[in-house]
Ligand binder design. Structure first.
Ligand SMILES: NC(=O)c1ccc[n+]([C@@H]2O[C@H](COP(=O)([O-])OP(=O)(O)OC[C@H]3O[C@@H](n4cnc5c(N)ncnc54)[C@H](O)[C@@H]3O)[C@@H](O)[C@H]2O)c1
Length: 457
């Protein structure tokens, strides 16, 4: 098929590249001219494992092209995919202006009947609004909702092995075309959920909010554990072994981040408000997440008896491992809170340092208070504490004695502290190296063991 994908970000780039790898002729269109120029030269502007090789392979093959405007033959595409951003507005509701502007562009350029496949996460009713908006097109265009469920850090894998493919389509013809398109991804059994566009749009918000709710609940429990002396590892294992509950997304930590959970939870709450049906759980999930960020900043401050004039090292600046995405990253929130309290922050991340510095530079008053290091241990030199925020593999088995050597000597009786915001280290290993350990809702004296910790997102 001849396909156009609007938006060459995390979703559009993975989707477009994946579709070209399945044998389709794909044109990726983005208004960001720098991004398109880089991609045209084979340089992939985002970090996503396996993506760069896949882009280059299909580019060489002539099946994947990039541009900023639609020109023939792509005005005669079989389907136009919409994968542009839907960021939150001040009220938390999703801003769908980019989706609408793409809809206008498709209606203007399309020369032959086509499907318009909305992959962006959009509020219920958006596909219907887009359909109406394209009423003036010279050819029939049918809008289909096909929300994206990929996880950054594992997105290529998710494209080729999706848990499910949700199709919200009004006509049999549209359903059949998309079933055909996605058939090569389902050789081991069909995973398509077919429904109407409105239900399909809501499925995406429901799924993300449900997952975020589990994380927020565990984060609240971790604070309760801290206050009462219970241990959140034990609680997680005890709860997660109930088959009705399951083990995933039950890890306490610094709060969820990224471009999806925070925005989608708030958008569901806003949609509920606008529809006269308050989404109490979504509202509480968001609030609990905000509180977790404050809790973590307080924890660091308390463990050092104040952070003014101190240097704090942060490991893991992306919102999670295996991505360079720092949108809503707990590291950004913590760094800002610490600098506001008078601390200096030195960060390290295998892929996200540049993006982190860019975001931190948005607050000119923080200039000179934030830097990053190329090597992980260099961030610890002379720091009073290290906070682990995103559990990249390279942080999982560190040399604690080396950490002790690098960190500033503690205050009097108090050795330097490692704040393990992902609960991945064994407290005893840390204590044996002459350091203090502070986890999230776990014993600081090493009475519990960390168990296998598969990636959550
Ligand atoms: N990132 C994820 O993990 C993820 C997962 C599932 C769903 N989603 C949803 O997918 C959508 C895209 O997310 P993303 O993370 O890929 O966003 P992104 O910010 O990485 O990329 C969006 C791209 O769209 C481009 N764009 C904006 N307006 C455009 C226009 N009019 N024409 C062409 N290009 C335009 C931007 O320049 C940018 O490159 C959002 O609705 C998001 O909620 C994201």
């Amino acid at each position: 098929m001849r396909l156009v994908v609007f938006g060459a970000g995390y979703v559009g780039l993975v989707t477009g590249t994946g579709l070209s790898d399945l044998g389709h002729d794909v044109f990726l269109c983005d208004i960001d001219a720098d991004r398109i120029e880089a991609l045209s030269k084979g340089s992939v502007p985002i970090y996503e494992p396996g993506l760069a090789d896949l882009v280059r392979r299909n580019q060489r093959n002539g099946r994947l092209r990039f541009g900023t405007t639609i020109a023939p033959p792509y005005d005669r595409a079989d389907a136009y995919f919409v994968a542009v951003g839907t960021p939150p507005t001040a009220s938390g509701a999703a801003d769908i202006s980019a989706v609408l502007s793409v809809a206008d562009e498709i209606a203007r350029v399309a020369q032959t009947p086509a499907l318009v496949v909305v992959k962006s996460t959009v509020p219920v009713g958006t596909c219907d609004a887009v359909q109406e908006r394209m009423g003036g097109a010279r050819v029939p265009l049918e809008v289909v909702s096909n929300p994206e469920f990929l996880k950054e850090g594992d997105a290529v894998n998710d494209f080729f092995k999706p848990d499910r493919i949700v199709l919200g389509a009004r006509s049999e013809g549209a359903r059949a075309t998309l079933r055909d398109l996605y058939a090569p991804l389902q050789l081991s059994g069909e995973r398509v959920v077919v429904t109407d566009p409105r239900s399909s749009e809501l499925i995406k918000y429901a799924a993300n909010t449900m997952l975020a709710m589990r994380v927020s609940f565990m984060n609240e429990l971790s604070r309760l554990c801290h206050a009462t002396g219970a241990d959140v590892h034990a609680v997680r294992l005890g709860v997660g072994t109930d088959a009705r509950i399951g083990k995933r997304y039950l890890y306490s930590g610094p709060g969820y981040g990224g471009s999806c959970f925070p925005k989608d939870v708030q958008a569901l709450a806003a949609l509920g408000k606008a529809s006269g049906v308050p989404m109490r759980l979504a509202e509480a999930t968001h609030l609990a997440n905000e509180e977790q960020a404050t809790y973590l900043a307080d924890l660091v401050e308390k463990s050092l008896d104040g952070v003014e004039g101190r240097t704090i090292a942060l490991w893991g600046l992306a919102f999670k491992p295996e991505t360079d995405d720092v949108r809503e990253s707990p590291a950004v929130k913590l760094a800002r809170a610490l600098v506001d309290k008078g601390a200096t922050v030195v960060g390290h991340d295998p892929e996200a340092s540049e993006n982190f510095l860019k975001v931190m530079a948005e607050r000119p008053e923080h200039a000179g208070k934030v830097r990053v290091t190329e090597r992980d241990y260099d961030a610890l030199d002379g720091a009073h504490a290290l906070v682990l925020l995103a559990e990249w593999r390279s942080y999982r088995a560190p040399n604690f004695a080396e950490m002790k050597r690098r960190l500033a000597p503690g205050d009097g009786e108090l050795p330097p502290v490692l704040v393990d915001a992902r609960n991945i280290w064994r407290p005893l290993d840390v204590l044996r190296a002459g350091l203090r350990y502070q986890g999230i809702g776990v014993s600081a004296t090493g009475t519990t063991r960390v168990h296998d910790r598969p990636s959550q997102r």
